[in-house]
Design a protein around this ligand. Sequence first.
Ligand SMILES: Nc1ncnc2c1ncn2[C@@H]1O[C@H](COP(=O)(O)OP(=O)(O)O)[C@@H](O)[C@H]1O
Ligand SMILES: [Mg+2]
Length: 257
Amino acid sequence: MDERLRKFAVLNNKGGVGKSTLAVHLAHGLALRGERVLLIDMDGQNDASLFLGFSSEDYDKSLYEILMGRGEVGLSDCILPARERLDLLPSARLDRVNAALYREPDVSRFLHEKFRGLEELGYDRVIVDCGPQRSRINDAVLYFVDGVIVPVQVEAAAVRAVGNIYEYLSDLGLDAGMVRMVVPNMYDQRTSEGKENLEFIREFFADADIVTEPIQRRVRITESGKLGKTVYEYDREASRQFEQIVERLARSNGKKK
Ligand SMILES: Nc1ncnc2c1ncn2[C@@H]1O[C@H](COP(=O)(O)OP(=O)(O)O)[C@@H](O)[C@H]1O
Ligand SMILES: [Mg+2]
């Protein structure tokens, strides 16, 4: 593997916790720092693409052709330039891909094979935005990436479920050390409940030093997504929420232990 290529999945079993938001802002944040980044949209809702301003009318070839085809369509036929140094690999009909993968006895090499040639495209970083819940696609993604970034909504039910990712990795026979960052999201520091939940997350991961500074809840973040912009293009103050996390990721080497 090209030593420069670092592949991360943004994953959490729950929906609505900020996976797509985080994936898009990490990808754009790294690109703004000078890295060449590929964002792969691996969720059937296509939110990561929408947050960057791309709807399904903007592309006719997608991951579907790559994952279901026999090599007729190449990676570079499907990749869209999204921002300076940031490319997007959009998806379509992922439910069908997922169903097909249930018929595969072993998906551990599936994406390595389908994404053959990715190393030659010159990216410094690959960020995969995942759908919620366990799925065959997410299994395949976890076998493919070097590390996992887990956004956790700072709310009681969500923080109690933070351990699920370890169960998931263990069921796939993967190392718990793949979890590289846990990002508390939608934090409201004005409430004592918010503070307690953040504390719970920090204590849960006390040994690992992987919990980042929290991302606060900001209406500008929601708005920018709806407009197909990142906060780097929309609201400077809100973009600061991602600064430390991008910095931390930029420093990480992402290699498997
Ligand atoms: N820190 C935040 N502040 C305000 N809104 C946020 C924040 N993080 C995410 N959102 C919004 O919450 C919703 C769910 O986020 P999303 O990234 O789509 O979650 P997921 O991918 O986990 O389903 C979106 O409308 C998004 O814009
Ligand atoms: Mg999402």
